[in-house]
Design a protein around this ligand. Structure first.
Ligand code: ATP
Length: 359
């Protein structure tokens, strides 16, 4: 078993609290992604698991054993970094063998593991080359190979795809998925790229300012963000937020945005009712905004075809800007007056003060 547990983990650098009481269970064989904006503490958290930083407070356990006092080489982990960190003067094969040789592994085992990893990563024909003779994608595969041959309990990966171009990144993402399916090694993966996080993870931990904001399966977190930070961070374009006043209308509750208003659905009523008379933020994802026969009057400001979808920027109620992701063949043009409707089953309500979800 190689589950990783972080218990109230803290890391301070002089006046910066990089990791602020982080608790997280990373199940055995899971692919857990730490995701968040630059500086939120992802890398520091990973380095604490690796043993490259010492915790100011809290515990790191691997396989049920507290490892705070174990050095990096005494932890059964293998790291893959964004800059590959291959030895430039060694061949691919030598790069892959090196860690095992250092550990005093039997020659037979080394040969077997290198051959297996080379086959898995399809780099068999590159074994005699040096890193400078490889493309970025090939170098990244070698870096993965070097981690795989170690057969560790845990893989730790820090933005391993960020130096690759967009197309190769998508391809390597698929390969990482496949690799994880085959090896089932517990993996902790750091990225600031929410799409990478959504596609790779079976568990994501969204971080901000040294703290974990939410943990869960990516589709669950996407559909049920706990607060406005998580709602905003996951998804592109981001969730639309509209702040208004909650009041009683003729037939129930309405949110009044000044120039337009909408009825709170039956399903949400009990969750927001106690806030009548207060400000409220409605959240609606662009894919849940549609151009319809009936709805709020809106003006099309920007039409951005993106291939599989078209993103519209619209002004609703004179002064609110929202985005809609619609079918690519939508027939609207800039300046046109249209009507927009929200998918009522996919709305979120937030407290404007704390940002916490009310739904
Ligand atoms: P990025 O995506 O930019 O790599 P990150 O989420 O991985 O960011 P960290 O690198 O963990 O963030 O940094 C978290 C905070 O700790 C930042 O404010 C950073 O400046 C600070 N920090 C990280 N390492 C050190 C260090 N060795 N000394 C001082 N401050 C540090």
């Amino acid at each position: 078993m190689a589950e990783v547990t972080l218990d109230e983990l803290v890391k301070e650098f002089e006046d910066v609290v990089a990791v602020d009481h982080v608790s997280l269970d990373i199940p055995d064989e899971s692919f857990t992604v730490l995701v968040g904006p630059s500086g939120c503490g992802k890398t520091t958290t990973l380095r604490l698991v690796a043993g490259l930083e010492r915790a100011t407070d809290g515990l790191v356990s691997i396989g049920g054993e507290v490892v705070n006092d174990r050095r990096a080489y005494e932890r059964d982990i293998a790291m893959v970094f964004q800059n590959y960190a291959l030895y430039p003067h060694k061949t691919v094969e030598e790069n892959m063998r090196f860690g095992l040789e250092q550990q005093g592994t039997d020659e037979e085992v080394i040969e077997e593991r290198v051959a297996e990893a080379a086959e898995l990563l399809q780099i068999g024909e590159l074994l005699d080359r040096r890193p400078s003779e490889l493309s970025g994608g090939q170098q990244q595969r070698v870096a993965l190979g070097r981690a795989i041959v170690r057969d560790p309990d845990v893989f730790l990966m820090d933005e391993p795809l960020s130096n690759l171009d967009a197309k190769l990144r998508v391809q390597m993402r698929a390969e990482l998925n496949k690799l994880h399916d085959e090896l089932d090694t517990t993996t902790v993966y750091v990225t600031h790229d929410q799409i990478e996080a959504m596609t790779l993870a079976d568990q994501i931990a969204v971080m901000d300012a040294g703290e974990i904001q939410q943990v869960g399966p990516p589709t669950f977190v996407y559909a049920n963000p706990r607060n406005m930070f998580v709602a905003d961070f996951l998804g592109s374009p981001s969730m639309n937020f509209l702040e208004g006043d909650l009041r009683r209308g003729d037939a129930g509750l309405v949110v009044d945005y000044g120039t337009f208003e909408h009825d709170v659905s039956e399903a949400h009523r009990s969750k927001v009712e106690h806030r009548v008379g207060e400000r409220l933020v409605l959240g609606v994802r662009p894919e849940n905004v549609g151009v319809a026969e009936e709805g709020y009057p809106a003006t099309v400001e920007v039409v951005e075809p993106q291939g599989e979808k078209t993103v519209l920027e619209l002004t609703v109620g004179e002064d609110r800007t929202i985005h809609a992701s619609v079918e690519p063949d939508v027939d609207v043009s800039v300046g046109e007056e249209v009507r927009v409707a929200f998918d009522r089953s996919k709305l979120h309500y937030f407290d404007p003060g704390t940002g916490e979800s009310l739904t």
